[in-house]
Design a protein around this ligand. Structure first.
Ligand SMILES: [Zn+2]
Ligand SMILES: [Zn+2]
Length: 465
């Protein structure tokens, strides 16, 4: 029913025919590019449409005065044909993130055709493969092959159709607008890409040539380059608030260039959401336009992921970043790696001049810190050789959270025997850092107030002797 049903046709949907003549041997894309075979690697149709025609347009612009009305029309038509891709090809057909009434479908199929980026069918099939196989060899425009490759290289160089991941496009094959546009793609491109914009400025204010050059050729070039940025820039520039295992990123610059497709990290996580930007202040004119169409009764069934799911993803990514940060910090030697010291041994070493302080069953060597102790040297020295659990936890001064953190860096041993071990055991029952939860890097999570040296109920100080 549909010609070139699984063809890797380029923007004009014809490269498959060239490929059919190739019957044996490895596909040209499987052979290294050399000066000798460069010509064979190049997709002639695509390089004409993406590079040569725009160059001709630039040359023609030198000889064609630019009239204000034509400029306004070119910019306006740039936005509309861009929307044909973003709201039509991408969000409506590739992702079915909303449904459209027939007039809107025809409108978008025509405008998208005017952007000269291939038929809906071809474009959506590749885009679904891009989502399904992001960053792998089956991704038709994987950014792992280089920024330029993901931008235009994948179209200018021939691709092996067998390499691109398979996707289901049965829904598109049943959409009469998609099928019609695919069958008549060349006519749609010529009419919507060049004839229509020339007619508007020609019949409107007599600028036929200006309409052809500026609203036609050069406008096509700008729309192409802008929307190609979704494949390149959106996988290269910006933040990854939802998941950083793959390349998609969020950035306002990409959003500005691509009519709101710049929140690409969100988009890859929630591809069937009709929005790319979820914050009110983010730039997503494609979303705004779809919403207006809904108010006009042209669009319906706008899909949106529940905020709860979105926040879960965001939180998990934040957690991942916290874990990474945690791994860079010194939390002291883990308790289970510390040697066990007899209480008598502890006392003796302290008597012999080693600055050891016992807090909650953990022995700390504080010699490097004595001079820096905010409470003074005398105070810290008074704890040496004793069980300073109560002194440290409110008996003399209820030490700060930061003090407990700092103390953990001076750990040298855990004590055996006497009530000190009980204190340590008590700490472990209270889920302190003895057996605290582990993060994704297997780092122990020591929460504020949960250090092993911290005793929840400040212990009353022993009466001064
Ligand atoms: Zn992407
Ligand atoms: Zn997408």
């Amino acid at each position: 029913m549909v010609p070139a049903a699984s063809s890797p046709a380029g923007p004009a949907g014809a490269a498959a025919k060239l490929r059919k003549t190739r019957l044996v041997g490895p596909h040209i894309s499987e052979t290294p590019i050399t000066f000798g075979n460069l010509w064979q690697h190049i997709n002639k149709l695509n390089i004409t449409l993406i590079v040569l025609v725009p160059l001709l347009g630039v040359w023609a612009a030198f000889y064609t005065p630019l009239r204000t009305l034509t400029l306004c029309w070119a910019v306006l038509y740039y936005f509309w044909t861009g929307l044909g891709i973003t709201a039509g090809y991408h969000r409506l057909w590739a992702h079915t993130s909303y449904s459209a009434r027939l007039p809107l479908k025809i409108f978008l199929a025509a405008l998208g055709g005017g952007a000269v980026e291939g038929s809906i069918r071809w474009w959506s099939r590749d885009h679904r493969a891009h989502h399904r196989y992001t960053d792998t060899d089956k991704d038709p425009y994987s950014v792992r092959k280089g920024l330029l490759y993901s931008h235009v290289g994948w179209m200018i160089l021939k691709q092996n159709p067998k390499r691109i991941g398979r996707t289901d496009i049965s829904d598109l094959n049943e959409d009469p607008v998609v099928v019609w546009q695919h069958k008549n793609y060349l006519a749609v491109v010529i009419f919507m890409g060049l004839v229509f914009p020339s007619f508007v400025s020609g019949l409107g204010w007599g600028d036929w040539v200006g309409g052809f050059v500026y609203a036609g050729i050069l406008r096509i070039f700008f729309v192409q380059q802008a929307t190609f940025c979704v494949n390149s820039l959106a996988h290269w520039l910006g933040d990854q608030p939802f998941d950083d295992r793959n390349s998609p990123r969020d950035h306002v610059i990409t959003a500005l260039v691509t009519l709101g497709e710049g929140y690409h990290n969100f988009h890859h996580e929630f591809p069937s959401d009709y929005r790319n930007a979820i914050e009110w202040h983010q730039y997503d004119p494609t979303k705004w336009t779809i919403w207006i169409w809904k108010q006009l009764g042209l669009a319906y069934d706008l899909k949106q992921f529940r905020q709860n799911e979105i926040e879960k993803g965001r939180l998990q990514q934040q957690q991942k970043k916290l874990d990474r940060k945690r791994a860079t910090l010194d939390w002291g030697v883990p308790l289970e790696q510390l040697p066990v010291m007899e209480f008598e041994d502890y006392q003796e070493q302290a008597r012999n001049g080693r600055a050891l302080v016992l807090v909650a069953g953990v022995v700390h060597d504080i010699s490097s810190f004595i001079n820096d102790h905010p409470g003074g040297k005398a105070m810290i020295n008074s704890g040496i050789g004793k069980d300073a659990t109560a002194i440290f936890n409110g008996g003399v001064y209820n030490h700060s959270n930061a003090a407990h953190n700092l103390l953990s860096n001076f750990r040298v041993a855990v004590i055996r025997g006497g009530c000190e071990v009980e204190i340590w055991k008590q700490a472990s029952k209270e889920n302190k850092d003895v057996d605290a939860a582990l993060d994704s890097n297997n780092q122990r999570i020591v929460r504020a107030g949960n250090q092993v040296t911290r005793i929840a109920e400040p212990i009353a100080a022993a009466p001064a002797s």
